[in-house]
Design a protein around this ligand. Structure first.
Ligand code: BTN
Length: 335
């Protein structure tokens, strides 16, 4: 987008109607040039009405996660201040790791309308249909020891829950370590990857996928009973751009708190969303299985599991509920 396109767009956002004469005078370009810029904006998907006597009116913005669109709603200082947008990409995490290695600043966001090789945790794939959901990866440069880096994914799950909560009040839960559920079905997932030395984190890539407007058909048959989207669950279409800006704000707030005060400072709120406390679970990690009842999280974000041999503090793993997923929704925070 040219500078003139951006300035015209900014005026159209601020004022209900702007005359061609005023735009031409303020931008110091001809009326014909104003018209050309309006045509360029239309080609980018902006719906702009033109009334001969009154001027131009912005009717609708494109439903795309464009830097300009997210940018004008941002209240952050770092998260989302640099945005790289792709129509189609293999995986935003792969691209963000490359940008991190090339020196991208903290908060840089690689976002895509569609991923052809969206990656999930534990080598799974992340279904990423076009222009209905949020797929984005942030470059982070945390001052944390590599051993504490998993806390970033936990904190991010809290941020995703905060961003989703207004869209489905009282129905969002977090399943440790970092799945977000809506009515007990998975609505968002987080994949963190690290560029680190043994004792120093160079960068963390925080990849987030949130099912916002996907229809049931978008999910493969085997996932339909396990996954959902906000639209499927609530019937309401989500403004993806507004969601992306809200997510950036929530992430910056929890990330800064984590770095300043440690995971302990986020624990109370995390627990209000946690759906595992008191549940009987099996946790598998690197071929090891632990069974027991979840007591909660400790101050480092480890899951405290009461098992036959006493309490175990678990750093990472894949959790299965022994009694199934019924009742998870009612355990989520009532906010
Ligand atoms: C999970 O398995 O729950 C994690 C899913 C993470 C998906 C997101 S979508 C954006 C980013 N790019 C990827 O390839 N994966 C993450």
């Amino acid at each position: 987008m040219t500078d003139a396109d951006a300035r015209i767009l900014e005026r159209l956002r601020r004022e209900p109607v702007v005359s061609g004469a005023r735009l031409s005078a303020d931008l110091r370009v001809s009326r014909a040039a104003v018209w050309k810029h309006i045509e360029q904006l239309r080609a980018r998907g902006y719906r702009i009405a033109a009334a001969r006597a009154r001027g131009y009116r912005l009717i609708a913005s494109p439903d795309r996660l464009l830097p300009d669109e997210i940018g004008h709603l941002l209240v952050t200082t770092r998260f989302g201040r640099v945005i790289e947008h792709h129509e189609t990409i293999g995986s935003t995490n792969t691209a963000a790791l490359e940008r991190a290695r090339a020196g991208a600043p903290e908060g840089t966001l690689v976002v895509a309308e569609r991923q052809t090789h969206g990656r999930g945790r534990l080598g799974r794939r992340w279904v990423s249909p076009r222009s209905v959901n949020f797929y984005g990866s942030f470059v982070l440069r945390p001052t944390l020891a590599p051993a504490d880096a998993p806390q970033i994914a936990l904190a991010a799950a809290l941020a995703v829950a905060r961003a989703l909560a207004p869209l489905a009040p009282g129905r969002i839960a977090i399943k440790w370590p970092n799945d977000c559920l809506l009515d007990g079905r998975k609505v968002a997932g987080i994949l963190t990857e690290m560029d680190a030395e043994l004792d120093r984190v160079r960068a963390v890539v925080l990849g987030i996928g949130v099912n916002l407007n996907a229809s049931a058909r978008a999910f493969p048959a085997e996932l339909r009973s396990l996954a959902t989207s906000v639209r499927l669950a609530t019937g309401a279409r989500v403004d993806r751009v507004a969601f992306a800006a809200a997510l950036c704000a929530a992430l910056e707030a929890v990330y800064d708190r984590l770095l300043q005060a440690g995971f302990e400072a986020l624990m109370a709120e995390w627990n209000t969303y946690s759906c595992l406390t008191g549940r009987n679970v099996v946790i598998e990690c690197a071929g090891r299985r632990s069974t027991g009842t979840v007591r909660g999280l400790d101050e480092h974000g480890r899951l405290v599991l009461a098992g036959a041999a006493g309490d175990e503090h678990i750093v990472a793993g894949d959790v299965t509920l022994v009694d199934g997923y019924a009742g998870l929704a009612t355990r989520s925070a009532s906010r």
